[in-house]
Ligand binder design. Structure first.
Ligand SMILES: [Zn+2]
Length: 330
């Protein structure tokens, strides 16, 4: 069965205390940075509520008939609503399905649980349907809304949920947990994942550090005037572009930060610190800032795919201009 994560003890205690006092709200909004384990927490909580013989910590036993149904994914009192395709909106049909199934008699635990992830993917019609259940909750229903961008939820929904915050875990707690998952360059992966442990774990399985190092070599080539910007842009356009832009942004932000403070000890890319320290003085603070801004804009508009190649070329030429700039200045 599902267990909550070591950095979620306080939230677990808080919720179990409310449960003990019969004060579980009808809707909980679990918010905080992505890939830190909010969904896992929601699942552990839901499983614990449905279990007939939970552990002293209120985790599911894993052996009772309810736990077996949950494990098989066939427990009628626990539903997961998520966009049918990743990145798409949650549709009205899936919300109505839950509302429609609500009157079914509850088995065992006595709760009817629905986990919406990510809740901010609700479209307007689905949000209105959800609002209806929040206004007239049935006594045993519990909605668990998960969001890393709660600001995108309609305020009418947010105001009807009790919010439970999940901040980024402490660095050492995240590292300790990752070390227990197997071997890997966890400090680097955790930095690349911006401190989100589940993201670091996912990246480890994707050979990300190797691909990232290729990108850095290309950026180095551009900045040193060795690489052809058009060729680099073409290679970039074939990569996972949103991820590529995230890396480039983190590299440029590191360059900007190291330009301001060469003694900076916490770059986003600690494994590349040495190369970045040498590159940073090549352009002015203002230049790095402008390049980083351009990149962030590009990252925002990338969904359109409009003139992607052209925009990547503009970016690689912008980086290559650093070489000409430096040579011209000498
Ligand atoms: Zn059980």
């Amino acid at each position: 069965m599902t267990d909550f994560l070591p950095w979620q003890q306080a939230q677990w205690r808080q919720l179990q205390q409310a449960r003990g006092q019969g004060r579980i709200p009808h809707a909980l909004l679990l918010s905080g940075p992505a890939m830190t384990g909010k969904r896992r927490f929601a699942q552990a909580f839901a499983e614990g509520l449905l279990c007939r013989t939970p552990t002293p910590e209120h985790l599911a036993c894993g052996v009772c008939d309810n736990c077996q149904l949950v494990r098989a994914g066939t427990h009628s009192d626990l539903v997961f609503l998520e966009p049918e395709e990743s990145g798409k909106q949650l549709k009205i049909g899936t919300i109505r399905e839950f509302i429609g199934s609500e009157p079914l008699s509850t088995q065992g635990g006595g709760y009817k649980l629905c986990i919406l992830d990510p809740a901010d993917a609700l479209n307007t019609a689905a949000a209105n349907a959800l609002l209806k259940t929040l206004e007239e909750p049935s006594p045993s229903s519990l909605l668990l809304l998960i969001s890393s961008q709660p600001g995108r939820l309609p305020v009418t929904i947010r105001s009807r949920c009790q919010r439970l915050d999940f901040p980024l875990p402490q660095y050492q707690a995240a590292l300790d947990w990752l070390a227990g998952q197997g071997s890997g360059d966890w400090p680097t992966l955790l930095a690349v994942a911006a401190g989100a442990p589940l993201k670091a774990l996912q990246l480890a399985g994707e050979g990300v550090l190797e691909r990232r190092s290729v990108i850095l070599q290309q950026v180095l080539g551009l900045l040193e005037g060795r690489a052809d910007p058009l060729q680099v842009a073409e290679q970039w356009s074939k990569a996972d572009v949103p991820q590529l832009l995230d890396w480039l942004a983190s590299l440029l932000l590191d360059l900007l930060r190291l330009r301001v403070d060469p003694a900076l000890t916490t770059p986003f890319n600690p494994d590349m610190r040495q190369a970045l320290v040498q590159l940073a003085p090549r352009r002015s603070e203002r230049d790095w800032h402008e390049l980083a801004q351009e990149l962030i804009q590009l990252r925002k508009s990338i969904t359109s795919q409009l003139n992607l190649q052209l925009q990547l070329e503009r970016l690689s030429i912008g980086l290559a201009a650093a070489a000409a700039h430096t040579r011209g200045g000498r």
